[in-house]
Design a protein around this ligand. Structure first.
Ligand code: CA
Length: 236
């Protein structure tokens, strides 16, 4: 049986798609290419991919729409690929359920480290339920915030809140280390699973902003997820 990981490249610029394809092949992955959003969605929904590389600006259906529709059905890791000028505001404004994002132009080695980390994290999820059984704590409470680590549920003042996988992982990690600040690099390594990560660390800021929008009464004056100036973030 072929046990190579298979990646779906959704990219309308043929030269970029081909370049990604060749590099993925050399790195030991199988791949398929979709050159517009509709084709990307249809292929993604077959469920035969371990990860989806999703360009944002696509003909027929944009990457946000594709991502949101895939997420309704599947938990396949999705890395959103954005061009510099359009990236951050849009991503902050819309929670489409992407697991990660990279900004063009990116180095293939950086992309590869993210592909590996996202595939590893999603396969860890599958074995996670057994691991949790032996955990002494099945929930963590920080004032009004409760994280149920068996059900992956988070409630705020008794109300359920819906978090993406990364938001959940970040919150859980900070809750387990209450009051202790971590640098963005440390969080990239421990929460995101990028070993020796030297690339773009703004994914941390994006996830923090999203998390604040969900758990803070006033995200501009956070009471839970605080910034430690000159260091990084911690949960109070
Ligand atoms: Ca494009």
């Amino acid at each position: 049986m072929n046990n190579k990981k298979k990646i779906l490249i959704v990219e309308d610029e043929n030269n970029i798609a081909q370049l990604l394809a060749v590099n993925l092949m050399l790195a030991g992955y199988d791949y398929d290419i979709a050159s517009d959003g509709e084709d990307g969605l249809n292929k993604a929904l077959t469920g035969s991919f371990d990860l989806i590389l999703l360009d944002l600006m696509l003909p027929k259906m944009n990457g946000f729409e594709v991502c949101a529709r895939v997420r309704k059905k599947l938990s396949t890791p999705i890395i959103m690929v954005t061009a510099r000028e359009e990236e951050k505001d849009k991503i902050l404004g819309l929670d489409t359920g992407a697991d990660d994002y990279v900004t063009k132009p990116f180095s293939f080695s950086e992309l590869l480290s993210r592909i590996k980390a996202n595939i590893r994290r999603s396969s860890n999820e599958l074995v996670h339920p057994e691991k949790v059984q032996s955990d002494e704590q099945s929930s963590i409470t920080v004032r009004g915030l409760t994280i149920d680590t068996e059900k992956y549920d988070v409630t705020l003042d008794g109300e359920p809140i819906s978090l993406s996988r990364q938001e959940y992982d970040l919150l859980l990690f900070l809750a387990k280390n209450l009051g202790k600040p971590f640098t963005r690099e440390q969080l990239m390594e421990t929460v995101w699973g990028y070993e020796g990560y030297l690339g773009d660390i703004r994914a941390v800021d994006v996830t923090v902003s999203r998390l604040r929008a969900k758990i803070e009464k006033d995200p501009g004056e956070p009471e839970y997820l605080l910034t430690k100036r000159g260091i990084g973030y911690y949960l109070k």
